[in-house]
Design a protein around this ligand. Structure first.
Ligand code: MTE
Ligand code: MO
Length: 374
């Protein structure tokens, strides 16, 4: 069994698939912590978790315009300044189950918790590429990453990002060896992973073993034939993956974590507290979250909490909450949230117009129905 050597996992996780392991925390606890505890941080593995001996570990760096080099884990820790970044990681398939409810899509049936926020510590990719001799005026266009996890044909998990993001002074792309102040856990990529703040989870390659600077994008299945968005009119008979770009920066997102859908609230309660998260890709900052208790007729502004990050580097989510008097004389509430970022990007109000066959990029208004018990 290729899955005979998987790490232990926290029993509270809701398992979406066991082999490979895919799981998310219960929604009610996701917004309890600004930094998501590692044990409950969602786990998204396409393949068995590799067992890596940190002493034998080598990172290979090669490609366009540079000398091939190998670095040990210790090299990465001592040769380069150590940077820590707070960044939210979200899977493209977060909230896929809501898309499934509109029309069946292909993919794991994620709820709203395939997202988490953590501190990541490591060397800057740009420092490491400079060390490997990459000239500043390189004509390379992409930086490809390969993991140590391999499919049955021996192909590793892989992905790529633009050279622009990789080298940007304020891009903060890390070769991370720590998450939340501790060595990476096996599920999150021990001993080394890429953290690409503001960019879809799929490019944050775990168990990183190879970096290739290139004129071309990664040829990996997950770069070329997956993790792309399409029109609702495209189905599996007509889809042509070559016509759409690989997802990189993610759109504005928010969701309600409490109360949960179908919760019952006592009419005797004076107040109701609504909580959730909000985040935008590309370092854009969430500036406001609007909440409605009446299906979108009227709105109130929620209170935001979170680390203040520099302009264009707002990599971390905001948690938000709103406590309001419980509307009297009503049997049901439809609670909605929607976020706005500093470029005034907003979320679409429903799922159907953004439905796509792979069930990615669902950032529609988050809606929760609760019943008020007399
Ligand atoms: N890297 C490798 N090597 N193998 C993988 O299966 N999954 C990707 C990405 N990096 C993956 C990977 C996807 S799709 C996501 S959403 C994130 O890792 C999930 O990271 P996490 O498990 O640390 O939450
Ligand atoms: Mo993902």
């Amino acid at each position: 069994d290729p899955y005979g050597n998987e790490p232990l996992r926290h029993p509270v996780l809701k398992v979406n698939s066991l082999k490979p392991f895919n799981a998310e925390p219960p929604l009610e606890i996701l917004s309890d912590n600004y930094l998501t505890p590692t044990e409950i941080f969602f786990k998204r593995n396409h393949l068995p978790v590799p067992e890596v001996d940190p002493k034998k570990f080598r990172l290979e760096i090669m490609g366009e315009g540079l000398t091939s080099i190998q670095l040990t884990l210790n090299d990465l820790k001592i040769k380069f300044p150590k940077h820590t970044v707070t960044a939210t990681l979200q899977c493209a398939g977060n909230r896929r189950s809501e898309m499934n409810a509109v029309r069946q899509v292909k993919g794991l049936n994620w709820g709203m918790a395939a997202i988490g926020n953590a501190t990541w510590t490591g060397a800057k990719l740009s420092d490491v590429l400079k060390y490997a001799g990459l000239p500043e005026d390189t004509n390379a266009k992409h930086v490809q990453f390969e993991g140590l996890d391999k499919d049955v044909s021996g192909s590793p998990y892989g992905a790529s990002i633009s050279i622009r993001k990789a080298l940007a002074k304020d891009g903060d792309v890390l070769l991370a060896y720590e998450m939340n102040g501790e060595n990476l856990s096996r599920d999150h990529g021990f001993p080394l992973r890429v953290v690409v703040p503001g960019v879809v989870g799929a490019r944050n390659v775990k168990w990183l073993s190879k970096i290739i600077v290139s004129k071309e994008e990664s040829k990996s299945h997950w770069q070329v034939n997956d993790y792309k968005g399409f029109s609702p009119s495209v189905d599996w008979d007509t889809v042509d993956f070559s016509t759409a770009p690989a997802i990189q920066e993610l759109p504005i997102q928010s969701a309600i974590t409490t109360p949960c859908n179908d919760d019952h609230i006592s009419a005797d309660d004076d107040e109701v507290t609504v909580k959730g998260y909000a985040w935008s890709g590309g370092g854009q900052e969430v500036i406001r979250v609007d909440v409605s208790l009446d299906g979108g007729k009227t709105w109130q502004v929620a209170e935001l909490t979170g680390e203040k990050q520099d302009e264009g580097q707002a990599w971390a989510w905001k948690l938000w909450q709103l406590t309001v008097p419980l509307p009297k004389g009503q049997k049901n509430l439809e609670i909605i949230c929607k976020a706005v970022d500093n470029n005034y990007n907003v979320q679409p109000d429903t799922v159907a117009p953004i439905w796509n066959l792979r069930g990615v990029l669902n950032n529609s208004w988050s809606r929760v129905k609760v019943t008020i018990e007399p």
